[in-house]
Design a protein around this ligand. Structure first.
Ligand code: ATR
Length: 278
């Protein structure tokens, strides 16, 4: 058996083992995915164990996506730009770090809505790790215009500056939260990356319903609940909506493809996760 898994702390509630083991079974490959709860003082040893035990690779989740980077032999460009690794691949003892979160989001967005990223004017809500991954990948996919709004404005400003330096061709700016409604008039894509609206606080939304309109595609990274207050409001205003389940599925699918070299059985993975969640 070829072993893969998840490094995190905690990992007990993760749906990744279920999703990946379902995918391995679907393709009939002799792989297994295990959850490893890593002690905060043992990250270096855990990464070394990938080599020592001959694991094919692992996913990395909270709180180690940044910490593992120090112990890898190579980090791919996009993961460097995001500043975090969520996938490690063991190429004959050489450990390479990737980040499939942002690309998972973009692939989900394109496959599930059919939009052309190169023609969008986007507003991003949030400036944390998830926002950064999504923004880096959207810009790499050709997004020409991005405004970032965050509760802590300085974080949005810093992220906007860093992204602008990496993407001189795009128009990138920080946006005060209270100006979201005005800015939405000309936007075509709204991406919500904070925990606002997540279970159990399902009646919270970071954007006033009145600001939403039918020329918008509204995307929320949250997938529990599947339809947040923001998405319900958006639907009511005639906007198109995109929820966060696809990002989770596709980040896993991309990891799966690195490890197995085969196309991931995306629909089987989606069904396994949906059945467990809803
Ligand atoms: P993640 O990896 O999920 O992005 P994170 O890096 O901790 O997690 O970032 C959390 C994001 O959600 C931040 O943008 C945070 O805003 P601040 O930078 O102001 O902290 C945002 N966030 C979380 N809870 C929030 C709340 N109740 N209201 C507004 N923003 C919130």
């Amino acid at each position: 058996t070829i072993l893969t898994g998840l490094f995190g702390h905690p990992v007990g509630h993760s749906l990744s083992p279920l999703m990946h083991n379902r995918a391995f079974a679907e393709l009939g490959v002799n792989f297994h995915y295990a959850a490893f709860d890593i002690d905060p003082g043992q990250v270096r040893e855990a990464v070394a164990a990938i080599r020592a035990l001959g694991l094919r690779g692992v996913n990395v989740t909270i709180p180690y996506k940044v910490a593992v980077m120090d112990y890898l032999d190579e980090v791919e460009e996009e993961a460097k730009a995001i500043g975090a690794v969520n996938t490690i691949v063991n190429e004959g003892g050489k450990l390479i770090g990737y980040n499939t979160d942002g690309r998972g989001f973009v692939r989900s967005l394109i496959e599930e809505t059919g939009i052309d990223v190169k023609r969008q004017s986007a507003i991003l809500v949030g400036a944390g790790g998830a926002a950064r991954g999504v923004a880096v990948s959207l810009l790499r996919a050709g997004l020409p215009s991005l405004a970032i709004a965050n509760r802590t404005e300085e974080k949005a400003e810093r992220l906007a500056e860093q992204l602008q330096a990496m993407n001189p061709q795009a128009r990138i700016a920080a946006l005060p939260m209270k100006e979201i409604a005005d800015a939405l008039t000309d936007a075509t894509l709204l991406v919500q990356t904070t925990s606002i609206g997540m279970h159990p606080n399902i009646d919270a939304s970071p954007v006033a319903a009145e600001a939403l309109h039918e020329r918008l595609l509204v995307s929320d990274l949250i997938y529990n609940p599947l339809e947040t207050k923001l998405l319900r409001d958006a639907k009511e205003k005639g906007a198109r909506i995109h929820h966060g389940l696809g990002m989770f599925i596709y980040q896993g699918a991309l990891s799966f493809e690195y490890w197995t070299g085969q196309p991931a059985p995306v629909e089987a993975m989606r069904k396994a996760v949906s059945d467990a969640l809803y």
